[in-house]
Write a protein that binds this ligand. Structure first.
Ligand SMILES: [Zn+2]
Length: 508
């Protein structure tokens, strides 16, 4: 067999997939008993596995059963919307251990928001008594469109705290980094050509803060490689979602970090620079931060644990202040060439007339059916208030939301014809008024989409609501930190009081 021996990271993946005894691990991997024992011992010592008596006995002593220890570490997650958000610390199964609201002032800039997020994470860690070195990774959903450059070759992520960190292996295997896309403002958006410049800027500051392990202290790597640990996420693989065990087939895409500019405009939600976000997280916590668009992460969350669980072809539509969509096809998030896939809020609609949209276009769906447009026609102070009125049966509110649903449905119908999803999930703030919204969307879709495309189509409300973004962020962070490469890198990193890893020893 020419294949290299299974590493400790791969053994962990197998246990997470249900291979629960040392004997089975040996059978599946072909490793010798001592080799299995060495890897299991390493994972036990790292707190990533537990072992207990049990299992079916065949007459003798029952074999001990191995289990993944979700409490063996934590990830930091944040879901930052235009005006609302949540921040949390999750265990390695994605369970929220502590959570706090993140409600930035309406005109707050990313530079003002980010330090607060970092402080809130610190507070939550204190509250949960989780030591900082147990933090393995982070992921943030941001309300901004971003692009990424080419994949980094040698991401200089480091582990300043000395804790196990997924770093170098990820860097080695970094694959095309992708681009988080974001909300509906693609049009005025980012241009790929500016990435290199802006990204490099972000990077310099990262290197300058002394977290650059790739070179002499204080040096700032140049070019894309600099962004390495930076931020990012690679296209396509995200999605695989929590249903697939991280690592199976994803190893190669881990780690790419790319500094990327967000859309820069007057809207306070913009101005995000992925590289800056990642650098700040790395400086404070010593971990890689994945940054992704909020609609994409909400879709990932629904796919991992909500309304889209088990569905591989999903159109997620977020109706909040803006209208955006995320697309999962064949089980993978689809971003398009520049991360602009799913910008349905800026599709021009017949009823849009000459209404000017915040994107600068005219007659956009969002301009007539987005949250701002609806609130302009309602006494409600915000979308939660409008949804409450609709739920309470207020005729005007019901009619307004249903009409918005119908308009959104006309665009969704076209998407359904084009993409043939099996499921459309409606998320966002207006989902609290699910009935009239769903009714409107369904009416338009079933009226306008083809019989074939709608024959097995389901149109459902979000199941996770506000929690979708956090759940998606956790799935994204965990996919990285629990990948075999990342686990192996963490185990082989210097750790206080522990010897280095011996996994992947050539003799077995
Ligand atoms: Zn627009």
């Amino acid at each position: 067999m020419s294949r290299r021996p299974a590493t400790s990271g791969e053994v962990l993946r197998l246990v997470r997939e249900g291979v629960a005894t040392r004997a089975d691990l040996g059978r599946v991997t072909g490793l010798s008993r001592p080799a299995v024992a060495a890897r299991v011992a390493e994972l036990l010592a790292a707190g990533l596995l537990t072992e207990r008596d049990g299992g079916p006995s065949t007459g003798g002593r029952p074999p001990a059963r191995l289990e993944f220890a979700a409490t063996g570490g934590a990830v930091l997650v944040a879901n930052l919307g235009h005006s609302r958000g949540q921040i949390a610390v999750c265990d390695l199964a994605g369970t929220v251990l502590a959570e706090a609201p993140a409600d930035p002032p309406p005109d707050a800039t990313p530079a003002q928001i980010l330090p607060r997020v970092l402080d809130q994470w610190t507070d939550l860690l204190t509250k949960t008594a989780i030591p900082p070195h147990h933090v393995h990774g982070a992921a943030l959903a941001i309300p901004a469109a971003v692009n990424s450059g080419p994949p980094p070759n040698e991401p200089p992520v480091t582990a300043p705290t000395g804790a196990p960190r997924p770093t170098s292996a990820q860097a080695r295997h970094a694959a095309p980094a992708s681009e988080p896309r974001t909300n509906p403002d693609k049009r005025r958006g980012t241009t790929p050509t500016s990435d290199a410049t802006l990204g490099a800027g972000a990077l310099v500051s990262a290197g300058g803060t002394g977290t650059n392990p790739g070179g002499p202290p204080g040096t700032a790597p140049t070019g894309d490689a600099a962004f390495g640990g930076g931020a990012l996420v690679s296209g396509g693989e995200h999605v695989s979602s929590a249903d697939r065990v991280p690592g199976s087939g994803f190893g190669a895409e881990q780690g790419g970090g790319v500094g990327v500019p967000g859309v820069r405009g007057g809207d306070p939600g913009f101005g995000w620079v992925v590289g800056d976000v990642a650098a700040a997280v790395r400086e404070r916590f010593g971990v890689v931060a994945d940054v992704e668009n909020e609609a994409n992460l909400a879709a990932l969350g629904e796919h991992a644990a909500g309304a889209a669980r088990g569905a591989d072809d999903v159109l997620f539509v977020k109706v909040s202040t803006g209208i955006g969509a995320a697309l999962i096809m064949g089980g993978r998030l689809q971003r398009g060439a520049l991360g602009a896939a799913g910008e349905i809020g800026h599709v021009r609609v017949a009823e849009g007339g000459d209404v000017v949209c915040r994107c600068g276009g005219v007659g956009c769906l969002e301009a007539v059916a987005g949250g701002a447009a609806l609130l302009a026609r309602s006494p409600a102070a915000d979308l939660a208030g409008l949804a409450a009125l609709a739920r309470g049966g207020d005729p005007a509110a019901v009619a307004l939301v249903r009409e918005a649903g119908r308009r959104i449905g006309t665009v969704v119908a076209d998407a359904v014809n084009l993409l043939n999803p099996s499921l459309v999930v409606l998320g966002g703030d207006l989902t609290a008024a699910a009935e009239p919204l769903l009714a409107g969307v369904r009416a338009a879709v079933y009226e306008r989409a083809t019989a074939v495309a709608t024959s097995r189509l389901r149109i459902e409300p979000s199941r996770l609501g506000d929690a979708a973004g956090l759940r998606g962020a956790a799935a994204l962070a965990l996919r990285r930190v629990l990948s075999p490469d990342a686990v192996d890198a963490a185990l082989s990193a210097p750790r206080s009081g522990k010897s280095h890893s011996t996994n992947a020893a050539p003799e077995d």
